[in-house]
Design a protein around this ligand. Structure first.
Ligand SMILES: Nc1nc2c(ncn2[C@@H]2O[C@H](COP(=O)(O)OP(=O)(O)OP(=O)(O)O)[C@@H](O)[C@H]2O)c(=O)[nH]1
Ligand SMILES: [Mg+2]
Length: 218
């Protein structure tokens, strides 16, 4: 399957996130900004969530990467409309690029647009891309000090997915510490422990997201 690859728009002097939000509202599409480190398991989790959400919602995906189209190919292989956004070196996605990409989708036929942001625990959290809500992914092998060291990513999110929990036996990872640090910076944010590999915890996160999507779509 041929994948559309678009490049990051470089005129970053104007915040167009409100315009993106307006367009998505007009077409009744809920945008979910998925963020986390390189290799945290964002694409694996998206794949698992798509399989669980696609019976109820029509889903599209924008895959953000510095270069290449590996992740968009994985999503397109599921039969899901996917566009690859290459930022050509930039460490985050900007709303201007989302605005530029939206016409690539048949928005009236979509309910949900996932954006997999660039793998990075710092920069993406600083940019509103017009999302309805944010999902931050943290994996066990990254270590239990990440919420304390990179707080903005966990403060400015609607939900934290702690993934690769099947790896807990192999790492010195203090779940209670992460939960407490997250509570400290984001008292209302739900935390889900899961594994895209075993499927553990995915039903709970799916139910939460489905509720958020239904609320966003009105
Ligand atoms: N054991 C285990 N491995 C996982 C899990 N989820 C993902 N992985 C593995 O982690 C690696 C990275 O997963 P990806 O889904 O590509 O991670 P990503 O965050 O999309 O990576 P980038 O897009 O490159 O930032 C792959 O080898 C996955 O198979 C999980 O729940 N458990
Ligand atoms: Mg990925």
């Amino acid at each position: 399957m041929e994948i559309k690859v678009l490049h990051q728009v470089m005129e970053w002097n104007e915040d167009v996130s409100a315009g993106v939000r307006d367009t998505l509202r007009q077409h009744k599409v809920c945008l979910i900004n998925v963020m986390g480190s390189p290799g945290a398991g964002k694409t694996s989790l998206l794949t698992a969530l798509i399989e669980r959400l696609r019976a109820e919602f029509a889903i599209g995906v924008i895959e953000g990467d510095i270069t290449g189209q590996i992740d968009a190919e994985k999503i397109a292989a599921l039969g899901i409309p996917a566009v690859q956004l290459n930022t050509d070196g930039a460490c985050h996605i900007e709303a201007m690029s989302i605005q530029h990409i939206l016409p690539q989708f048949e928005l009236d036929k979509l309910d949900v647009l996932f954006v997999e942001n660039i793998g990075n625990l710092v920069c993406p959290a600083e940019f509103d891309i017009g999302e309805n809500f944010r999902l931050t992914v943290l994996s066990i092998p990254e270590g239990d000090d990440k919420v304390a060291k990179y707080p903005l990513m966990f403060t400015d999110t609607d939900c934290l997915a702690l993934t690769k929990c099947d790896m807990l036996p192999y790492f010195d990872f203090d779940l209670a510490r992460v939960a407490a640090d997250y509570r400290g910076v984001n008292p209302e944010g739900p935390l889900f422990q899961l594994s895209a590999r075993t499927g553990a915890g995915l039903d709970e996160l799916t139910a939460h997201l489905a509720g958020r999507i239904r609320a966003a779509l009105g």
